[in-house]
Design a protein around this ligand. Structure first.
Ligand code: 5RP
Ligand code: ZN
Ligand code: CA
Length: 219
């Protein structure tokens, strides 16, 4: 089977997939999981083996239902006035949150709880019986899991890991809640190279896929 079919099968089964965006974009490989499949051991993998920022991407429809803003629209400080990125038109950052049943919010158990309950919240929001007030009763902000807002038309609008991950979820009927975390190189601190990310995938029996293939097949 080709890499994308194997990636979809893995994602459907709740396994992580490695997604490289594009050499002319971030040039990063993220470990991507369906949020509903994440437990404490998976958070440990993300912080030990990926090392970047742990984020959960939610679709535009879910973000609307939960009244989740783009962070750069609501930060009332001069740092957010000219929020320019070298590699895209806009950041997908929304609020950072914790589930209210967490203590500090950062432990593997706490983040796993926040992440997996975000998947349930997304599912319920899509079903129409869960809104901003329900979300606020269950989650608080600031917190230790960064939410990302997917573009409305996903890959047709934007081709970040936010949309690449949400496109994988949509293709296998997983809720539109996806964890992404950048793989960094332990020695240099730079983005892990595609060759090194592929090697990690091989050693751990995971699938590595190019953003280009995701766009071609799911865009
Ligand atoms: C948050 C990020 C990551 O690159 C993440 O992949 C989401 O961003 P994007 O959709 O722009 O790729 O910066 O840690
Ligand atoms: Zn990214
Ligand atoms: Ca990044």
């Amino acid at each position: 089977d080709d890499a994308l079919s194997r990636a979809l099968a893995a994602f459907r089964a709740g396994e992580p997939v490695l997604v490289h965006d594009f050499d002319d974009r971030e040039g990063e490989t993220d470990i991507v999981y369906p949020a509903g499949a994440v437990g404490p051991a998976d958070v440990a993998r993300l912080r030990n083996d990926a090392g970047g920022l742990v984020c959960v991407a939610l679709s535009d429809a879910v973000s609307d239902a939960l009244d989740l803003p783009f962070l750069d629209d609501v930060i009332d400080h001069p740092t957010a006035v000219d929020h320019q990125l070298a590699y895209d038109d806009r950041s997908s950052f929304s609020l950072p949150v914790n589930h209210r049943d967490t203590f500090t919010g950062i432990t593997d158990e706490d983040r796993a709880l926040t992440i997996s309950e975000l998947s349930t919240a997304a599912e319920r929001a899509l079903a129409g019986d869960y809104g901003a007030d329900d979300f606020a009763a269950e989650f608080r902000s600031p917190g230790h899991v960064n939410l990302l807002r997917g573009a409305p038309e996903l890959l047709a609008d934007r081709q970040g890991h936010t949309e690449l991950g949400l496109a994988l979820a949509a293709a296998v009927d997983r809720p539109p809640a996806v964890v992404v975390c950048e793989m960094l190189d332990d020695e240099t601190g730079e983005a892990r190279s595609p060759a090194a990310a592929r090697d990690y995938a091989r050693r751990n029996d995971l699938v590595y896929v190019e953003g280009e293939d995701v766009v071609e097949r799911l865009g």
